[in-house]
Design a binder for this molecule. Structure first.
Ligand code: SF4
Ligand code: SF4
Length: 108
């Protein structure tokens, strides 16, 4: 499947451990990436500074779901599952806050 225009969920919900321009400590979970443009595209797309993590994420029915909210929820769940040290009840709240502060997203 293709990336859904106006989504950007995978640029918000997951954490990114590696540093990226403007985010030297990586990207925390639930925080929009500094390189997610207002129309939910990646301003680092095709550039070497784009983290390998991002290049490895491919649109899939499982991750992207039926809509942006489903993708945010699934990715937040994955984050808490793969990072058990995080407080599970905080990530969904962060994601909800991010979703409320942004229209719709897309990662490429
Ligand atoms: S979750 Fe990421 S890959 Fe999937 S539709 Fe949204 S922006 Fe595209
Ligand atoms: S794809 Fe681009 S905007 Fe999205 S998290 Fe990666 S660097 Fe940030």
């Amino acid at each position: 499947m293709d990336c859904r225009p106006g989504c950007g969920a995978c640029c918000i919900a997951p954490s990114i451990a590696s540093p990226l321009p403007g985010m030297p400590g990586g990207k925390p979970a639930g925080v929009p990436c500094a390189h997610l443009t207002p129309d939910y595209r990646c301003e680092l797309f095709g550039r070497p500074e784009r983290p390998a993590f991002c290049g490895g994420l491919r649109p899939s029915r499982e991750m992207c779901g039926e809509d942006r909210q489903a993708a945010l929820a699934w990715l937040a769940w994955l984050e808490t599952t793969t990072h058990p040290a995080q407080q599970a009840d905080q990530v969904p709240q962060k994601v909800r806050n991010s979703a409320m502060n942004s229209p719709d997203a897309g990662s490429a």
